[in-house]
Design a protein around this ligand. Structure first.
Ligand SMILES: [Zn+2]
Length: 84
């Protein structure tokens, strides 16, 4: 797992400035089609031309929510916010 600094972009859902991403699988930079999760609102984001991304469609979000690692990160983000 490695955190990489990326040029700042804003979450299309909550507007949070995102200027880094952590790759859970390897240390590579994100590629188009890779999935990201906003640390502000836990929205599922799909990289288009990294670091640019778009919101996942409802169909994509439903499919991704079944992925154990994605579900775990969403839970961690939402859990972290609940403690604030
Ligand atoms: Zn967000």
């Amino acid at each position: 797992m490695r955190t990489l600094d990326t040029p700042a972009t804003n979450c299309p859902a909550c507007g949070k400035m995102l200027d880094a991403c952590t790759n859970l699988q390897d240390a590579e930079l994100p590629e188009p089609g890779d999935v990201s999760i906003c640390l502000g609102c836990a929205s599922l984001l799909i990289f288009t031309a990294p670091p640019q991304f778009r919101l996942a469609t409802p169909e994509e979000a439903q499919e991704l929510a079944n992925h154990p690692q994605v579900a775990q990160v969403i839970k961690a983000v939402l859990g972290g916010k609940a403690k604030q």
